[in-house]
Design a protein around this ligand. Sequence first.
Ligand code: FMN
Length: 252
Amino acid sequence: MRHVLVVRPLGHLGVGQEHQRAELVAMLGEDRHVEVREGNDQLDAVLGDGCGESGYVARVVDAGYEAICLTVDLQVFGLRHRDARHGFDTPIGGPSSALVYDDMLSWDDVAWVRERTPNLPLLVKGILTAEDAELAVSAGVDGIVVSNHGGRQLDGAPAGLTVLPEVVDAVAGRVPVLVDGGIRRGTDVMKALALGADAVLAARPFVWGLAVDGEAGVVDVLRILREEFENTMALCGCRTVAEITSALVTPA
Ligand SMILES: Cc1cc2nc3c(=O)[nH]c(=O)nc-3n(C[C@H](O)[C@H](O)[C@H](O)COP(=O)(O)O)c2cc1C
C-alpha cells in the first residue's frame, strides 16, 4: 500500500495492527515490509537477478510473514494520467520513475519465487483469465487473486468481478480464489462470494478511513463493512457463508 504514507505517517502500521483484532489478513505492499527492508532500497522489489542479489524473498520468509503475494500486473507502471495531472508521485525514496519494474516478468519468475518459498503459501495477484489461472495453478501457487489493480493499470481491462466466474470454473477448487477491486459495501462482498470467490480484498476504503481518523478510521471501515455484510446475509436468508451461492445473483 505504497501511498498510505501520504495519508498519515505510519498509517500502514495501523492497518497491520487492526487486522489482528478483526481477524482479517493484512496484505502489505512491497515497500511496506518495514521489518524486511534495509534502509530505503526499493530495488528489493525487483524480481529475477535483483531479487536474488538482495535476498528479498529470503528476508520475507525470515521476517515471519505467513504468505507471499506476487503481483503480476505491475510489470510496468500503467499510464496513470490522473496522477500525472495532479503531480502525484510516490512519497517514498524518490519518484516512481526511479523504481525498477521488470517488464520481462514471466511464469518462470513465478516458478523462481515458488522454489524459494517451499514452506510459505504463494499467491499471484492480477489474474484476469481462465488461461492465466490455469498457468498459475500449474506453476504451483496456493492462491489466486483476481484483480485489475483497481482499474489503475490498463484502461479497458475487465473488472475482476466480471471475469471471476470463469476463473473460479477453471480453478475448480484446486486453490482458493480471491478477488479485489471496488469492494465498497457489504453487498459487494456478498456479490463476490456469490460469484465464487473464497475471500475478498479491499484497499482504498482503508486509505480513506486512515485519512479521516487514522487507526480509528480503519476500525470504522471494518465495522461498517462487517455490519453491511452481515445485514446482507440475513436479508438474503444466509445463516452461514457456505449458504451464499450463485443463485443469489443474476447478470445485470
Ligand atoms: C495506496 C494503494 C497502494 C497499493 N499498493 C499496491 C501494491 O504495493 N501491490 C499491489 O499488488 N497492489 C497495490 N495496490 C492495489 C490494491 O492492492 C488493489 O488491487 C486495488 O486498489 C483494488 O482494490 P480497491 O478498489 O479496494 O482499492 C495499491 C492500492 C492503493 C490504493
